[in-house]
Design a binder for this molecule. Structure first.
Ligand code: URA
Length: 209
């Protein structure tokens, strides 16, 4: 997989435009995020390992393709990652799920972990880390490091929007982790928001300010 894949599918781009619009309601934003996450999940799972299984159709025996190996692990970076998680779980209901909570230390500005609960045997699962906004990339890089410390080797990062700064940070820290996104925007502003972006993804999906 390339280091960055932009999913240019017309449905993804159309839905993203509605999500960017400040007039879109919280309910609409949440519904669209769920819909778009199904389409992004389709792309990010393109290279799952396959094997075959012997089955019998109503007509005859058949050697048929099936997924190989352990159930994949979806890792949500709290809290906005949960918006992507819901949709992906509809497509991959058997996936194992983990959560990583990080906050930014006000003095060092570095991410500090406040919560971590992830599935076991990460070394034999594909891990898909989900966070709608790849902004500075600091928390994303920290979350991936944490998963690697716990044995994960086959990791993908799935987001809705990415800033060039976040992509560069991830490429420097984790060149082995492909990124799948619906768009790469122009830049980060002084407050670390993606421009043009869609604002604070957590606030928009949960209706907080
Ligand atoms: N997080 C968000 O929710 N939005 C941004 O633009 C950047 C980080």
């Amino acid at each position: 997989m390339d280091h960055v894949t932009v999913v240019a599918h017309p449905l993804v781009q159309h839905k993203l435009t509605i999500m960017r619009n400040r007039e879109t309601s919280t309910a609409g934003f949440r519904r669209l995020l769920k819909e778009i996450s199904l389409l992004l999940a389709y792309e990010v799972t393109r290279e799952l390992d396959m094997t075959t299984v012997e089955i019998e159709t109503p007509l005859c025996p058949m050697t048929a393709p099936t997924l190989e190996g352990k159930k994949l692990a979806l890792i949500s970076i709290l809290r906005a990652g949960n918006g992507l998680l819901d949709g992906i779980l509809e497509l991959i209901p058997a996936a194992r799920v983990g959560f990583i909570g990080l906050y930014r230390d006000p003095v060092t500005l570095q991410p500090v972990q406040y919560y971590c609960k992830v599935p076991d045997m990460l070394d034999s699962r594909m891990c898909i880390v989900v966070d709608p906004m790849l902004a500075t990339g600091n928390s994303s890089a920290a979350a991936v490091s944490l998963l690697k410390d716990r044995g994960a080797r086959n990791i993908r990062f799935l987001c809705l929007l990415a800033a060039p700064e976040g992509i560069a940070r991830m490429r420097a820290a984790h060149p082995d982790v492909p990124i799948v996104t619906a768009a790469v925007d122009s830049h980060l502003n002084d407050h670390g928001y993606i421009v043009p972006g869609l604002g604070d993804a957590g606030d928009r999906m949960f209706g907080t300010k």
